[in-house]
Design a protein around this ligand. Sequence first.
Ligand code: BTN
Length: 254
Amino acid sequence: MQNNTFSGLFVGQNIVSLKRIDSTNDYLKKQLAKSKPLPEGTVIMAEEQFAGRGQFDNKWISQAGKNLTFSILFSPSFLQLSQQFYLNMAVSLAINDVLCSFIGSETKIKWPNDVFFGDRKLGGVLIENMVRGKQWKHAIVGIGLNVNQDVFVDGIKNITSMSVVAGKQFSLTDMLKQFCAAIEKRYCQLKNAEFEPLHMEYQSSLYRLNTLSKFERDGKAFLGEITGVLESGLLELRTEEGIDHFGFRELKYI
Ligand code: BTN
């Protein structure tokens, strides 16, 4: 089903709602490979994904009809490849903006782009980039948010939903509108080259910022304090040995 009832300029103007699909990111990727070009801001949403994907090759499991699982097409060719992490910042901030306004300021961004309430995960983002030569052609921004799910599969720890936190259910259509509008606003900030404010706000919204916490690298636990994130996306920690930087796959929060 297709409609275009959203009030923003482009995010969600073309929205494809699917009942059941493997993964909205994969569906969007396949559509993109077809000859008919898709407008930037196209949103693919699904009531149910049977092969939803998360970061680091994890599965994304979400109860059918209860949550938001959607992917947005962007064409950020105005950014250099070295600026890719700014899209992560803009999208994570947008999600956090909406969550803050609906369920309170305890929501934080867990680097690189999870959203947390307290110590529990509310959702995550999987960005897949398409690059041609030195040009960033497309980004598929896949977002999974636990909205109305109250019961979670055994074995998945530290997870929550907006409804568990707020004690009430939310309209998925309204929430999707809110997220699309917020993402468009933050994306426009990126287009306006407002890099510094995005970077500053992203850093100040970080989960466990300036808090002594336990981490693990190469199977070894250590104590450190998150002090910021570099433009490149590396996480900066102050450890007993001084300031150190970590890539996505290098560090585990414990
Ligand atoms: C993570 O936290 O690991 C990222 C989760 C991203 C899940 C979303 S749901 C919509 C889109 N389609 C997918 O297969 N994955 C993303």
